[in-house]
Design a protein around this ligand. Structure first.
Ligand SMILES: *[C@@H]1O[C@H](CO)[C@@H](O)[C@H](O)[C@H]1NC(C)=O
Ligand SMILES: *[C@@H]1O[C@H](CO)[C@@H](O)[C@H](O)[C@H]1NC(C)=O
Ligand SMILES: *[C@@H]1O[C@H](CO)[C@@H](O)[C@H](O)[C@H]1NC(C)=O
Ligand SMILES: *[C@@H]1O[C@H](CO)[C@@H](O)[C@H](O)[C@H]1NC(C)=O
Ligand SMILES: *[C@@H]1O[C@H](CO)[C@@H](O)[C@H](O)[C@H]1NC(C)=O
Ligand SMILES: *[C@@H]1O[C@H](CO)[C@@H](O)[C@H](O)[C@H]1NC(C)=O
Ligand SMILES: *[C@@H]1O[C@H](CO)[C@@H](O)[C@H](O)[C@H]1NC(C)=O
Length: 588
């Protein structure tokens, strides 16, 4: 099929006189049509005219309009033409357009259209034939228009299905008919994935209703359009992709579920993004160190070296300061200087009576260092005893294996991430994955905060987990900042491809977000889950009753060090005795 597009940029004056028109009645018709088009342009601006059909009255009328004109004489454009929204469509007869490509058909639903019909065409049947194609923004002019001044505007929800509008009165011709759907149904299906959609029975009316931030969006939309929600619920054993399939095959208008930007399905069946979120790992908070390891924790090798160095310097200064000479300087005197040792440990030590100024100065430094050191270690020890520090955190995908944390994931998500060739997902070793074929089992484990696994979670779901963990004695999981498969996950609502009120729905999404309702619903989702009995209001962290006081076990390490020190000093003492005895025997 070839098609003919002629772009005419007519720069003639709009209200120019019609030159050289022989037939009086035809020129009268042109004049009233021109007037009609000008008033339509005034109502709602258009900058392009699209004319379907071969030679007809519209071709001559548009010469006097200052807009670009595209002629589609053959009835169809062979490529999927996504023309602008500021386009007005004119058809020479009801059968003039033979479009079949999806994007063009979607545009034909939205844009205003004026159709020229003969006396033989009945407005009623013409309108209903367009309604069957789900094109509702239609107005008709008959060939006797210049006498009757009547425009037939198709109205889907009325009987008869069109309205006669007198063109000399200022009644609107094109109206948003879906603003009031007169209780017509919107076919939907919910996946009942809390907290996005949750089913409950209204106690007052006995009706089944939906709650949750996706369900609320859609039920408010139905209310706004004066439509009813024809609700199906996903059977628990089926995959939630069933909803997407049904939307793709035009069996549903809207899906009460989320279409993520990870899906490779065409965007024609997805709405404008409803929210942007992250897709990250939910990792276990590492266990606290046992109390008996706290002593080792607070001794940092670097700090210990500095203290030893300080000890030696102070010893040397003390030895020199006593007599202002290096006479007593020896390794034993420096390393086993009891004044310096006792001073640094905060113990009392003998203060020479006739000390000189130098020595006094060294003593002041010693006292100051001792106060600093003892208070520092005291503070460390006491705060770590009340709240011991945590063990190491997972920072890379390799750590998952090292810390023996299996990542739970559903088979569906594995499939999607593999199809996308997600680079982060490729870093996770196969051995570290626990793949669940049953997605509900996965959800159940995650909802129960099962500590045998780490999980994968979207940012919006995490908000309610975070809320839930606030009632725990200690939180069990945290949302990883380093390990995210994507930080820009667009969530949209599945929408039937030729949904005629798609623009109203997208407008609704934006308004609900703008008003802050979506954020409010999300913030409240955990409490809604509790109210509907989906989540128990209890501490799933199973806290152990805390010990009242320090037990022997907690100080075992330090006692071991003490024992080792005692054994060593006894050994040294015995060695000294033996050496003394040996040298005496030798001397005799
Ligand atoms: C003028 O046009 C009308 C309708 O198109 C037609 O019936 C009539 O015969 C035409 N008159 C002349 C003089 O061509
Ligand atoms: C478009 O034009 C071609 C020939 O140019 C013709 O074969 C075809 O049937 C036309 N299509 C329509 C829809 O009129
Ligand atoms: C349209 O309105 C004009 C002026 O208000 C009136 O003269 C004419 O009869 C009306 N036409 C019809 C079909 O109602
Ligand atoms: C909603 O539709 C019903 C049924 O057609 C109608 O009676 C009612 O007036 C409509 N409500 C509004 C607010 O238009
Ligand atoms: C589906 O749910 C019902 C009740 O909620 C339960 O009895 C049934 O075992 C579930 N089926 C599967 C396959 O999980
Ligand atoms: C997946 O991505 C990697 C690099 O990130 C590339 O080397 C590889 O060829 C890709 N595989 C496919 C099937 O696209
Ligand atoms: C974790 O796994 C072990 C063995 O695989 C099992 O005995 C234990 O009950 C599991 N823990 C939880 C909380 O499910």
């Amino acid at each position: 099929m070839t098609w003919l597009v002629i772009l005419l940029l007519c720069l003639g004056r709009t209200r120019a006189q019609f030159p050289g028109i022989s037939n009086q009645s035809e020129s009268k018709l042109e004049e009233v049509l021109l007037k009609l088009l000008l008033s339509l342009q005034e109502d709602d601006y258009f900058d392009t005219l699209l004319i379907y059909g071969r030679d007809c009255i519209f071709h001559s009328v548009t010469k006097y309009l200052e807009v670009s004109t595209v002629l589609v004489s053959n009835g169809s454009t062979i490529y999927d033409w996504d023309f602008g929204s500021l386009t007005m469509i004119l058809s020479c007869d009801p059968e003039a357009d033979q479009e079949y490509t999806p994007r063009t058909l979607m545009k034909l639903q939205r844009n205003r259209r004026l159709i020229y019909i003969t006396k033989d065409n009945q407005p009623k049947s013409v309108c209903s034939s367009y309604f069957q194609r789900e094109q509702y923004n239609i107005a008709l002019v008959r060939e006797d228009f210049q006498n009757s001044q009547v425009i037939y505007a198709c109205r889907f929800f009325q009987d008869p299905n069109f309205a006669r509008i007198n063109s000399s009165k200022s009644h609107p011709i094109y109206i948003e008919i879906f603003q009031n759907m007169n209780k017509r149904p919107i076919k939907t299906m919910a996946d009942l994935l809390a907290p996005r959609s949750m089913l409950y029975v209204d106690k007052n009316t006995g009706e089944s209703k939906l709650m949750g931030y996706v369900a609320n969006l859609i039920s408010n939309f139905a209310q706004r359009l004066n439509a009813t929600l024809q609700l199906e619920v996903l059977k628990n054993e089926t995959n939630f992709h069933r909803i997407l399939e049904k939307v793709l095959s035009d069996q549903l208008d809207l899906g009460i579920t989320m279409h993520t930007s990870l899906h490779k399905t065409p965007l024609d069946t997805a709405s404008y993004p409803f929210m942007v979120t992250t897709y990250c790992l939910m990792l276990q908070i590492p266990a606290k160190l046992p109390f008996n390891e706290v002593y080792e924790m607070i001794v940092d090798p670097l700090v210990l070296t500095i203290i030893l160095l300080l000890f030696c310097i102070l010893s040397v200064l003390l030895i020199y300061g006593r007599n202002r000479s290096w006479q007593d300087l020896s390794l034993a005197n420096v390393l086993l200087n009891d004044v310096s040792l006792r001073g640094l440990l905060g113990q009392s030590f003998p203060f020479p009576l006739n000390s000189n100024r130098h020595l006094k100065l060294v003593f002041i430094i010693l006292c100051f260092a001792s106060v600093l050191m003892t208070t520092m270690y005291d503070a460390y020890l006491q705060s770590f005893f009340t709240n011991p520090p945590s063990g190491p955190h997972v920072h890379t995908y390799k750590d998952l294996g090292r810390f023996n944390q299996k990542l739970a994931i559903t088979a569906i998500e594995v499939q999607i991430l593999k199809n996308l060739n997600n680079s982060h997902f490729n870093e996770v070793k196969q051995d570290d994955l626990a793949v669940f074929d049953d997605w509900q089992e996965f959800i159940r484990l995650r909802n129960n905060f099962n500590l045998n696994y780490s999980f994968i979670v979207t940012g919006d779901r995490w908000t309610s987990y975070a809320e839930q963990q606030k009632i725990f004695k200690k939180p069990l999981f945290y949302l990883s900042n380093d390990l995210c498969f994507t930080r820009m996950l667009f969530l949209s609502i599945p929408v039937r491809r030729y949904l005629p009120y798609r623009h109203l729905f997208e407008d609704h999404i934006l308004r609900q977000n703008e008003f802050g309702l979506v954020r409010y619903w999300r913030a409240h989702s955990f409490f809604d889950m509790v109210r509907l009995g989906i989540t128990p209001l209890e501490d799933l962290s199973h806290p152990k009753p805390s010990e009242k006081s320090i037990i022997m076990e907690d100080v075992s390490r330090i006692l071991l060090f003490y024992l080792a020190g005692m054994v060593m000093s006894i050994f040294c003492f015995l060695l000294e005795l033996a050496v003394a005895k040996w040298s005496r025997e030798k001397g005799m």
